[in-house]
Design a protein around this ligand. Structure first.
Ligand code: GLY
Ligand code: MN
Ligand code: MN
Length: 434
């Protein structure tokens, strides 16, 4: 199946679910960073999911019914702009390359949309994403309404197109899984490179540079999120992003980093000793988090509910916290009272795909939804111990997270980031060895 067929099949699936009506799916706007300089462009995930088109200033319109139609609006060819900014498909070539039924210049959007909306019973759209688009869509609707005396009607119902798309995006197809596996493999190499480059005295940003270098040299377009390279106490800051401290002998380094390849994210965390040898308390906490992750991965299978891996991880972590003197009382009491949250304050995973925190509901009808084959998620327990009088000193400033990307399979799950070194022996053999 070619790429064109993959996107055509997704559009056909959405069109079949709509039955009738029209969907409008714009891509993301370009954004200015500061004067004359823009953020690196990233398309909208929903738009890209449906057509694979990566240029800015584009809109996909889908018309459902007996003769479903996919229409792409995109920038026209423009030799002068292409001299400055690079290649643009233009509508004609885009129609052919992306397999849509029709393509028009983006400049014709305001003229054509009221006509396309006329007499459609329903509009599918993602309200609230961008106030400019909301205003524009309302303008088109009002233009159609203004023609009511001529017998033309505007859509009576407006649906959030994301409801259907989120459900589709939750189950990855083979095309998506192939990209996610490649993204995972690149990120695994990047973590290995970072381990080899780590030694006392280096700076966090030097290790960040090793990660970014490895992502890019394998063709990944972006980091899927900004890497967290957190030495020592910085590992206990969950969204640490300064990445500018010196790596100290005897401390741990937590790295949360993953690349984005052709739109698909990977998301991996590893934690390891800066000098290449786990100390006693560091090893205790690392082995605890590793055991929690193994329990969570063991609970990741079709039919189990979304929360099962989290519950499994929390049970292991809470018992460890009692054993280390971080929490007091019985396991049931610590779980019931939630004392473990002082040292494990986030959940054990999230959906992963086009977005690092991918689309899709976690509950249905108020209950955690069951896992299904084809879903992809992270499994990322951690333990973060800040200094305090009631905390044994040996554990102060130890922050550990271990995160892998997991595919739910027919009879269990597969860790797609499995190549990222994780055992104590594998890590100790690599750190500083480069
Ligand atoms: N790196 C983002 C996360 O782990 O959720
Ligand atoms: Mn994550
Ligand atoms: Mn992460």
């Amino acid at each position: 199946m070619t790429d064109i067929d993959v996107y055509a099949r997704r559009r056909a699936s959405l069109l079949a679910q709509m039955q009738c009506g029209i969907a409008i799916v714009p891509t993301a706007p370009e954004r200015v960073r500061n004067r004359d300089s823009e953020y690196l462009y990233r398309f909208d995930s929903y738009f890209y999911y449906l057509c694979g088109f990566r240029e800015a200033e584009a809109v996909l319109v889908l018309v459902a019914g007996a003769e479903p139609q996919s229409i792409l609006f995109c920038r026209e060819k423009n030799p002068e702009r292409e001299t400055w900014d690079g290649f643009r498909y233009g509508p004609e070539a885009a129609r052919e390359a992306f397999g849509v039924d029709a393509a028009h210049p983006i400049g014709q959007l305001d003229e054509k949309l009221p006509t396309l909306l006329a007499n459609q019973p329903a509009l599918y759209y993602a309200p609230g994403t961008d106030p400019d688009w909301d205003a524009r869509v309302m303008r088109w609707l009002n233009q159609v309404r203004a023609q009511s005396r001529t017998g033309i009607s505007a859509p009576h119902s407006i649906y959030d197109v994301r409801a259907a798309l989120d459900e589709m995006r939750l189950i990855k197809d083979e095309h998506e899984l192939a990209l996610m596996r490649r993204a995972a493999a690149i990120s695994a190499k990047a973590h290995e490179r970072a381990m080899r480059a780590t030694r006392p005295g280096r700076m966090e940003y030097e290790i960040e540079a090793e990660l970014l270098y490895e992502f890019r040299r394998h063709g990944a377009q972006f980091p899927a999120y900004w890497p967290i390279v957190a030495g020592g106490a910085n590992a206990c800051v969950l969204h640490y992003s300064d990445n500018n401290a010196r790596l100290e002998d005897g401390a741990l380094l937590l790295i949360d980093a993953g690349c984005e390849l052709d739109g698909y994210a990977s998301d991996i965390t590893r934690t390891y000793p800066i000098n290449g040898k786990f100390g006693g308390a560091q090893k205790d906490v690392y082995e605890l988090v590793l055991a929690a992750q193994a329990a969570a991965i063991g609970a990741t299978r079709p039919g189990a509910n979304w929360d099962a891996p989290h519950e499994a991880a929390v049970r292991v972590l809470a018992q460890g916290m009692i054993d280390f003197g971080l929490c007091q009382g019985s396991l049931d009491r610590v779980l019931e009272a939630g004392d473990y949250k002082r040292f494990y304050m986030h959940r054990t995973g999230h959906w992963l795909g086009l977005d690092v925190h991918d689309a899709g509901e976690y509950k249905q009808d108020g209950k955690w939804r069951p896992l299904l084959a084809g879903m992809t998620l992270t499994v990322e327990p951690g333990c973060y111990i800040r200094p305090a009088d009631d905390v044994p000193k040996a554990y102060w400033n130890i922050g550990v997270r271990i995160e892998d990307d997991v595919l739910v399979t027919k009879d269990g799950c597969e860790v797609i980031t499995v190549e990222t070194p994780k055992s104590i022996a594998a890590i100790e053999a690599l750190v500083g060895n480069g």
